[in-house]
Design a protein around this ligand. Structure first.
Ligand code: NA7
Length: 544
């Protein structure tokens, strides 16, 4: 690292035990665990001007969490679970921001967070056994432990479409939305992308735009969210059952408080199946996935769910040609992250909304006055890119992270992410990654995955301190075995069949195709991590 020795001399973090990168759900709780439970000196570095992480940046119209609010929260404090009241079945972005600020203030976390501080590099100094961290503004910090809590969906993917710089209207990516909002009134708007974000934003933009054109590359399933205000009775139920809700979220494969059905698809007659899918459609939400136990492992079983949803799309959408484009879906249901919606398909019945299938008729370029496809021009005042993220590895790799002997993380991961338990990479001592690739993360209700990681990391550091251990590092052979387990877990499901999903990195040109999250289930993963810790951190090299 050029100039390392002189840079360290003006380091601000000379006495810092741990640095946490990020102040979203993960960074806040990691800071709390290390500072307040272990008594370490800790700072968090956050690029945004406030707490919130993903939710700080994703302020697009309709931004709302797909997890149900009573389970989309921290569970480490039952008192806090009782103090906070959510207003709707699914929390909207501003309410999540209020919640995270409430948590940060309740535990006085902000005094140890440096906001507007984007980390550009983190280099390990083996002789000193410290991580030297540099920020965009040229500040330096140094700490023994480095914990990345940078989020899985925080590096916006703006597609490289020729001519974007020539566009004379305004354009936005949903993951970098202006804080002052965007007024669509009377505007001709083009929205590119029909993942969870595009599906949430479409009805809201259509409500005020003069015209909305949705550019769809891959048709997508969606199930109604059925969002409603929470009743006083339900709010009371949450307060009275905080411990039970926590227990439930910790016992299910994906960290949601829904009980997975034990029914197998073909044990029911077609009529019974249809009735069960109808009931699940009426209930709404991600729990549609739990209608049958084998939905995500048996393609024929999954086909029955997929056909049911395709049928619903054709029922809802009046124009047969539009219905056909929307229901012509090429992957199993929920093999890509399944969206849930409020009036998404219904929105295509509005006079001011149209759909363009850019798989059939690709976008050629962006012209000064709109989007040009192979079969014509779409004049636009505003383009909204709901085109997703360089997920999971993107936020890690855009920082220049270097481990022992200057090994760049980008080099260690050049064929795709490799780590042990999703927590540590061989060659990067004392670096922990919260909800990184190789952990359940995005396949789980995120706060549940985050709490488990932050607590495991804090317990690990406490163990090191209590036993005079200075370094912990994943062993290469443990890492190889874990990568195999991650692949095997994915291969046991239908998830890899969606060959263009961001779970596989397929949405980013040139990114290695590796199934990134651990698909073996959160409950199983929690057991594996606990077992490793109980066996004196088997698979990690501990040294003094
Ligand atoms: P997603 O799920 O990655 O969706 C992005 C959408 O944008 C998807 O429909 C893509 O089509 C489309 N896309 C991406 N690049 C292009 C280009 N170049 N041209 C046309 N269309 C494009 O991101 P979201 O923000 O919706 O959701 C991310 C997660 O946030 C979500 O899964 C939840 O976990 C919360 P494709 O399917 O790649 O053909």
């Amino acid at each position: 690292m050029p100039g390392a020795t002189t840079e360290i001399s003006d380091t601000r973090g000379g006495d810092i035990d741990a640095l946490v990168i990020g102040a979203g759900f993960a960074g806040l709780y990691q800071l709390l665990c290390l500072r307040d439970r272990l008594g370490l000196s800790v700072k968090a570095l956050e690029a945004g001007a406030g707490v919130g992480g993903t939710w700080y940046w994703n302020r697009y119209p309709g931004a709302r969490c797909d997890s149900e609010s009573h389970a989309y929260c921290y569970t480490f404090s039952e008192d806090m679970m009782r103090e906070w009241e959510w207003s709707e079945r699914y929390p909207e972005q501003p309410e999540i921001m209020r919640y995270l600020n409430f948590v940060a203030d309740r535990f006085d976390l902000k005094r140890d967070i440096h906001f507007n501080t984007r980390v550009t590099s983190a280099h390990y100094d083996e002789a000193a056994n410290r991580w030297n961290v540099r920020t965009e503004a040229g500040e330096h910090f140094s700490a023994k432990y480095l914990i990345t809590a940078v989020g899985c969906l925080s590096t916006a993917n703006v597609p490289d479409i020729a001519g974007l710089e020539s566009f004379q209207g305004d354009w936005y990516h949903t993951g970098q939305w202006p804080h002052e909002g965007v007024d669509f009134t009377g505007k001709r708007v083009g929205l590119v992308g029909t993942g969870s974000t595009g599906i949430q934003a479409t009805p809201v933009i259509a409500a005020t735009a003069a015209h909305l054109t949705v550019f769809q590359r891959t048709a997508n399933y969606s199930v109604p969210a059925r969002n409603v205000p929470l009743t006083p009775e339900f709010k009371q139920y949450v307060k009275d059952n905080a411990a039970e809700i926590r227990r439930a979220t910790r016992s299910t494969p994906n960290g949601h408080p829904f009980v997975n059905s034990e029914r197998m698809t073909f044990e029911s007659s077609p009529e019974e199946r249809h009735a069960l899918y109808e009931a699940a459609w009426e209930t709404g939400g991600l729990q549609f996935r739990t209608t049958f136990q084998d939905m995500m492992v048996n393609k024929a079983a999954n086909d029955t769910a997929a056909d049911f949803i395709r049928g619903k799309i054709r029922q809802i959408v009046n124009d047969p040609a539009t219905a056909q484009k929307l229901s012509d879906i090429d992957h199993p249901y929920a093999a890509k992250r399944p969206p849930i919606d409020t009036n998404y398909f219904e929105t295509f019945n509005r006079d001011n909304v149209s759909l363009v299938d850019v798989r059939a008729v690709p976008i050629e370029c962006i012209a000064p006055d709109g989007i040009r496809t192979q079969d014509g021009d779409y004049p636009l005042d505003i383009i909204v890119f709901a085109t997703g993220f360089d997920a999971m590895t993107g936020p890690m790799l855009r920082m220049d992270i270097r481990g022992r002997d200057g090994l760049p993380l980008a080099k260690a991961w050049e064929s795709g992410p490799r780590n042990y338990l999703g927590l540590q990479v061989a060659g990067f001592p004392n670096l922990f990654t919260v909800t990184g690739p190789g952990s359940p993360s995005v396949l789980c209700n995120m706060p549940v995955a985050i709490e488990q990681h932050a607590e495991w990391i804090a317990d690990c550091i406490a163990h090191m301190r209590d036993n005079g251990i200075e370094r912990i590092e994943a062993r290469p052979e443990a890492m190889d075995a874990w990568v195999e387990q991650v692949n095997a877990a994915a291969d046991a499901t239908l998830l890899p069949l969606a060959t263009h999903s961001w779970y596989l990195g397929a949405n980013i040109p040139g990114k290695p195709r590796v199934f990134m999250p651990y698909a073996g289930g959160m409950a199983r993963y929690r057991e594996i991590c606990a077992d490793v810790a109980a066996k004196n951190y088997a698979g990690f090299a501990l040294s003094d």
